[in-house]
Write a protein that binds this ligand. Structure first.
Ligand SMILES: [Zn+2]
Length: 142
């Protein structure tokens, strides 16, 4: 299928929606990332999702802020280099994370309706940390 024919809704329709994750159902490489064939090319579905959400292809890697490698909710994706993939690190999982933020900032993050990736940039923390705050994995007492 031509890339022009794809919409974010079509992508979502191919996913199992659990909570706010969009888990792609389809070919999964080594049980990690999913790809779809577009014009003969195997495209990573999370890159496709980012493209459909923003209208441009990510120049760098597209990383997840959640733990699901096949999740293609654009809210759970951000562009960055490999080392930014903070959810895979101890820090991103919230162990020792949160040290950089004050309680007031955590309250602001919880009240905000901005995208996690934007908040991460704003507060200069890992996107995984924003995700952890929003999902109650850390700072749950606030
Ligand atoms: Zn997700």
């Amino acid at each position: 299928m031509m890339i022009e024919k794809w919409t974010i809704e079509m992508l979502k329709n191919r996913c199992e929606i659990t909570d706010d994750h969009w888990l792609f159902i389809g070919y999964r490489e080594n049980n990690r990332y999913c790809r779809v064939s577009i014009e003969g090319e195997m495209i990573l579905v999370h890159r496709l999702s980012m493209f459909l959400a923003t209208g441009k292809w990510a120049k760098e890697n597209v990383n997840h802020i959640c733990e699901h490698k096949n999740c293609c909710n654009p809210e759970h994706l951000y562009e960055g280099n490999q080392s930014d993939n903070m959810f895979d690190t101890e820090y991103g999982k919230g162990r020792g994370g949160g040290a950089k933020l004050t309680e007031d900032q955590v309250r602001e993050i919880k009240a905000s309706d901005k995208r996690s990736a934007d908040l991460a940039r704003e507060y200069k923390v890992a996107p995984g940390q924003i995700y952890n705050i929003r999902s109650g994995l850390c700072w749950a007492h606030i």
